[in-house]
Design a protein around this ligand. Structure first.
Ligand SMILES: NC(=O)C1=CN([C@@H]2O[C@H](COP(=O)(O)OP(=O)(O)OC[C@H]3O[C@@H](n4cnc5c(N)ncnc54)[C@H](OP(=O)(O)O)[C@@H]3O)[C@@H](O)[C@H]2O)C=CC1
Ligand SMILES: O=CCCC(=O)O
Length: 301
């Protein structure tokens, strides 16, 4: 089993090589880690194999051949399937091993996977991340972890390759909850920003100037400066897929419901993302939510 003094010497598995998983695994390889990859669509493993990664043909085989296995999957369904399904990672786990799920899921999913992993004698850590495609490429992610403290300590050197900071939040479920609260705020912020861009244009202002004004004041956020100029041009190059933002709002609303917390702004934002999905924008960046508002006001400019 890995420990903090055996920096980078353990065998590391990585399941899920999408927008986030691929650059995260790449950073581990570039740092000299012994990485074995698997992805549902095998072709995405190619570039990482070229960089030195090993390949195994199922999550089970990856887990069986690695000390610690990371998973970065789309949603609760895929996270459960890859961990607990046929030839899933659980089948290859056992005492001395660890499973770290980085996917954004709800607390019930994190607890379910934790239960299956722990039943094998292995350790479990949930570790969803804040930060998008570029921070993943730059090793600047923020890890929101919870679960087995000893696994957290063991994998800290790997988290530090992929990220700039890490939080340990205690019981399994707290990582998912923190991530969902953060993304609930983010989804509402983007919906509100979209309304502002369209309103500024409708009243004859230059939305590019609005972006500049916002960037200099108290509501400045990197997200606005980063996405605003493209949104003005109706360009939505995908960093965080809109379908995932809507999934996170849906899960956050479920979390709020479970504790009878009122979240009317997030609920309204969720409806907008659902409209955007119905327009075929699921795989565009989540900033494409602005298109839902354009259609509502019959403004296609
Ligand atoms: N993009 C971002 O900015 C961020 C995303 N996240 C979260 O990270 C996770 C991954 O995001 P991202 O990389 O952007 O997403 P992508 O959609 O790019 O990648 C999703 C990954 O999940 C795999 N997958 C999907 N369904 C299944 C399934 N049924 N069985 C097996 N594998 C499956 C995909 O495999 P395949 O290649 O075969 O489709 C792919 O590897 C999500 O939970 C997202 O919410 C968190 C922070 C930032
Ligand atoms: O889950 C996606 C988060 C994107 C970000 O934090 O920029």
């Amino acid at each position: 089993m890995l420990n903090a003094t055996e920096k980078f010497s353990g065998r590391v598995g990585f399941l899920g090589l999408g927008i986030m998983g691929a650059p995260m695994a790449q950073n581990l390889i570039k740092a000299g880690c012994d990485v074995t990859v698997w992805n549902r669509t095998k072709s995405k493993c190619g570039p990482l194999i070229s960089l030195g990664a090993k390949y195994r043909s199922s999550p089970e085989e990856v887990a069986a051949n690695c000390d610690v296995t990371f998973a970065m999957l789309a949603d609760p369904e895929s996270a459960i399937d890859v961990a607990c399904g046929k030839n899933g990672a659980v089948s290859g786990m056992g005492p001395g091993k660890g499973y770290v799920d980085i996917s954004t899921v709800d607390d019930a999913t994190a607890k379910l996977i934790n239960g299956h992993i722990k039943a094998t004698g292995a350790l479990f850590l949930e570790a969803p991340v804040s930060g998008s495609k570029k921070p993943a490429e730059d090793g600047q992610l923020i890890f929101l972890t919870a679960g087995d403290r000893s696994l957290y300590d063991s994998v800290a050197p790997f988290l530090d390759i992929m990220g700039k900071s890490r939080f340990y939040l205690g019981e399994v479920g707290n990582g998912a909850a923190m991530k969902l609260v953060v993304n609930m705020i983010m989804g509402s912020m983007m919906a509100s920003f979209s309304e502002g861009l369209l309103l500024s244009k409708k009243v004859g202002l230059d939305p590019n100037v609005l972006v500049e004004v916002v960037s200099q004041g108290a509501i400045s956020a990197p997200m606005y400066s980063l996405k605003g100029p493209s949104m003005v041009k109706s360009h939505y190059p995908t960093a965080f897929p809109l379908k995932h933002q809507q999934k996170d709002l849906r899960l956050a609303l479920g979390l709020a419901d479970s504790v009878s917390q009122s979240t009317p702004i997030a609920a309204a934002a969720n409806e907008l993302y659902k409209v955007a999905k119905s327009y075929g924008l699921s795989d565009d960046d989540f900033s494409a939510v602005i298109e839902a508002l354009k259609a509502k006001s019959h403004d296609t400019a």
